[in-house]
Ligand binder design. Structure first.
Ligand SMILES: [Mg+2]
Length: 222
């Protein structure tokens, strides 16, 4: 039987990268200092909230701030979280480069499906050394929007479109992510789903086909 062509749809934050939340923790501390707010922010607390919007992070850590102040602080975050700041903290997840490379070498495709703004995610993919390993990036901005946004609905739409476009059967589209939204979108779109479980981070309950602790476990698909 001819080997099936497959598309691997990766979540980025917390799946292919690690460390972005450490940088964000330092940003929160810098903002508190600038505003003269006493703080004892813990990295574990930042990690517990992993995946919420920037605005919700700020509401949590600066509960005394009103909405106008939160918007002001969001501008500060955008200014501090520039390329050189990200470069300091963000790394490829363990094994990610090798796994992406082996998928490509086997003739398959890697795409990134992210809730981040394209202006944020594309440079990050370069920073972690994956630019040559990712075929396409589908970025859905959520973190800097104030509008209601359902990441499952948005990610499902993209996955369904790819499935139709490339005429893929269920076993040919593999969705990989660390959060329930990644998995639920994969299930809704009729893909194979892998949940990446990270130690030290909250683990969502999901009905993922597979739950893995190391990205290399994906290689059973190739
Ligand atoms: Mg993620």
């Amino acid at each position: 039987m001819k080997k099936q062509f497959k598309v691997f749809a990766w979540d980025f934050h917390g799946t292919l990268e690690q460390g972005v939340e450490v940088g964000f923790w330092h940003i929160l501390k810098a903002i508190a200092k600038k505003r003269g707010i006493a703080e004892n922010f813990k990295l574990s607390e930042v990690r517990k909230l992993y995946g919420v919007t920037v605005a919700n992070y700020l509401r949590h850590f600066f509960p005394e701030s009103n909405e106008a102040e939160i918007r002001e602080v969001m501008k500060d975050v955008a200014t501090i979280q520039n390329q050189s700041h990200l470069k300091k903290y963000v790394r490829a997840a363990p094994g990610a480069i090798e796994v992406l490379g082996r998928i490509r070498a086997a003739g398959h495709k890697n795409i990134v499906l992210s809730n981040s703004h394209p202006d944020h995610i594309k440079p990050l993919i370069k920073i972690v050394g994956m630019a040559e390993l990712i075929d396409e990036v589908y970025a859905i901005d959520r973190h800097y929007t104030h509008k209601k946004f359902d990441p499952v609905v948005e990610k499902t739409k993209v996955l369904k479109r790819i499935k139709k476009q490339d005429q893929l059967g269920r076993s040919q589209l593999i969705a990989i992510g660390d959060r329930a939204s990644d998995i639920n979108a994969g299930i809704a779109a009729g893909t194979v789903t892998y949940q990446f479980l990270r130690r030290g981070f909250p683990i969502d309950e999901t009905d993922a086909d597979y739950k893995i602790y190391h990205l290399s476990e994906i290689l059973r698909e190739i």
